[in-house]
Design a protein around this ligand. Structure first.
Ligand SMILES: Cc1cc2nc3c(=O)[nH]c(=O)nc-3n(C[C@H](O)[C@H](O)[C@H](O)COP(=O)(O)O)c2cc1C
Length: 185
């Protein structure tokens, strides 16, 4: 069975990211075509990148890197749930991505972003990063507005059409995650 991680890209106390990721997971869990798992960066306690060798060498020195690598490696695709911080993704998510290389290769990815402009600028940056990691990022994406999909900028209450957007994005992530399997073997 195809396995897709829904990665919570914010570690900030009081973050909106956890509610967004749980909402995505609730929608995904109704599907029969893949297994979906929440992956919370907070659970990995990654420091700022502290590996001596570049990730592409695959020589991981620390238990925290190996634990993160084993988790990322176990999935066929990813949904990155990202906030927009200063027109980009969070430092925590970029740092976690930078720790690894081969574990990301030939996988599929989709994005769920949130911010005053739907977090779309964070996703544009992430798409550039995906290219370097040989991740196939799908076109369909979910952009949640802090003004119309949250109450008081802090309580998630997505507009009705957003569930359809999640479904369209997941359709593509599952399809590409499966299609790329021969390259991973
Ligand atoms: C450091 C920082 C920078 C931010 N920069 C932007 C921004 O450039 N554009 C935007 O739309 N929202 C911006 N915001 C608002 C966040 O998108 C919003 O607070 C969101 O809930 C943050 O995600 P989180 O709660 O999961 O951490 C910023 C928030 C923080 C904390």
């Amino acid at each position: 069975m195809t396995k897709i991680a829904i990665i919570i890209g914010s570690t900030r106390p009081g973050r909106n990211g956890e509610a967004v990721a749980r909402w995505v997971h609730d929608i995904a869990a109704k599907r029969q075509d893949a297994e979906f798992e929440l992956v919370d960066l907070k659970d990995f306690g990654l420091p700022h990148l502290d590996e001596v060798m570049p990730a592409a060498m695959g020589e991981y020195s620390y238990p925290h890197t190996r634990a993160w690598a084993a988790t990322v490696d176990s999935f066929d695709g990813y949904v990155f749930v990202t906030p927009e911080y200063n027109h980009s993704t969070s430092g925590a998510l970029k740092n976690a991505i930078d720790f690894l290389y081969a574990e990301w290769n030939n996988k599929a990815a989709g994005f769920v972003s949130y911010g005053s402009a739907g977090g779309t600028r964070a996703v544009e940056h992430l798409r550039l990063v995906m290219g370097e990691l040989q991740v196939a990022d799908v076109r369909a994406q979910v952009a949640l507005s802090l003004f119309t999909d949250f109450e008081h900028f802090s309580v998630l209450n997505p507009a009705a059409h957003q569930e359809d957007a999640v479904t369209a994005m997941l359709d593509q992530v599952v399809a590409w995650g499966e299609a790329l399997r021969p390259l991973r073997q």
